[in-house]
Design a protein around this ligand. Structure first.
Ligand SMILES: CNc1ncnc2c1ncn2[C@@H]1O[C@H](COP(=O)(O)O)[C@@H](O)[C@H]1O
Length: 343
């Protein structure tokens, strides 16, 4: 039975992880100690602000963690490099062999330098001897709370860094921000489709009931995403539209995040993974979302689906391998993964 499986050793693909939310509390603490000792921060120790073992952040308490705390701690090139390297080390230690990390560019000191610093940290990590099995690509996020001009600048960054480590564009952020603001992003996503046809598009989709209206979801689907994340509050009509997409759409499902943040009811066994994982018109992949906040590494997400949905060892390997088809990282990477992932 899969319950006996070594989920850490299982080579895994992670396609839904936010950089700032993936930083462990210990790593945030290390950054804080250095800054505190140098008199560079007046913030409280992260281990007090976010005590170890606390994972029950709901959508009201979750987003301010970034805007009021983590962004003020990770606020210079040194802490950005340090935390990125730590995040990569955590993923590799958990048996992740391919990672698409997503992040919202910030002015550190410029948005361009922010992206370059992360790409440099990835290159530095991959140049280790012996090289780690993990290969990492970057997705740039548009925060739905931001004005169109900021969102357009994210597309410009995709243009600049496409072919140099950036493989996708994401829409993320607090789902409580109104659907009406999203209309102004349509030209951005259509420009992304026409000017960068191989850039992947992934969207946070129906995370909360307020962002799960047919009006919003019809709009998001009109942007022709390759993948959608969370996928919780759907009408039957939208369910059918997802299944009817020309190309199989990828569903990035994040069980622990959804359960801990009370985004769903019914606990793990009530999670919509159970509804989707066998649907032939879609491809389900498991993601951690924000392992630093919700505390469940990808190996544990596999253990959870094995436990709550009774997947056999073969079904676990098949689930992990299916993700290969929906990575944004290109054919060469797909070939590498086909060779190293368990059959
Ligand atoms: C429930 N899960 C989620 N839903 C929507 N957006 C999320 C998210 N988890 C994280 N983010 C988005 O990612 C940012 C932090 O990482 P980066 O600074 O970009 O690396 C958050 O500010 C939020 O906008």
């Amino acid at each position: 039975m899969s319950r006996m499986m070594d989920f850490k050793a299982l080579p895994k693909i992670e396609l839904h992880a936010h950089l700032s939310g993936s930083i462990s509390r210990q790593c945030l603490h290390d950054v804080w100690v250095k800054k505190h000792q140098a008199g560079e921060t007046t913030l409280e120790d992260p281990l007090i602000q976010m005590p170890l073992g606390k994972h029950d952040y709901d959508l009201e308490t979750f987003f301010p963690l970034f805007s009021s705390y983590i962004y003020h701690l990770v606020n210079d090139p040194w802490s950005l490099r340090y935390t990125t390297l730590s995040v990569l080390a955590d993923f590799v230690a958990d048996g992740v062999v391919y990672l698409e990390l997503r992040t919202t560019p910030r002015a550190l000191p410029t948005h361009e330098e922010y992206v370059q610093a992360i790409l440099d940290a990835i290159a530095e990590f991959e140049a280790q001897v012996p090289p780690p099995k993990l290969r990492t690509k970057l997705i740039l996020s548009i925060d739905r709370r931001n004005p169109p001009a900021t969102a357009f600048s994210v597309l410009s960054l995709c243009r600049k860094f496409y072919g140099h480590g950036v493989v996708g564009l994401d829409l993320c952020g607090d789902p409580a921000s109104p659907t009406s603001l999203l209309h102004s992003f349509t030209p951005i996503f259509s420009a992304a489709r026409s000017s960068l046809p191989n850039l992947g598009i992934t969207l946070h989709f129906a995370e909360a009931s307020c962002s799960g209206t047919d009006q919003e979801l019809d709009l998001l689907l009109s942007w022709r995403p390759d993948r959608i994340g969370h996928v919780i509050h759907l009408s039957d009509k939208i369910r059918q539209r997802i299944k009817d997409c020309d190309k199989k759409i990828g569903l990035e499902l994040c069980l622990s995040c959804n359960v801990h943040a009370n985004m769903i009811t019914g606990g793990f066994e009530g999670h919509h993974f159970g509804e989707w994982w066998k649907v032939p018109e879609t491809i389900v992949t498991l993601g951690t979302d924000d392992v630093g906040v919700f505390g469940s590494p990808l190996s544990n997400e596999y253990a959870l689906v094995a436990k709550h949905f009774g997947l056999t060892q073969q079904e676990i390997c098949d689930l992990a391998r299916k993700g290969i088809d929906i990575i944004f990282g290109g054919d060469e990477e797909k070939e590498r993964l086909r060779k190293i992932m368990w059959t």
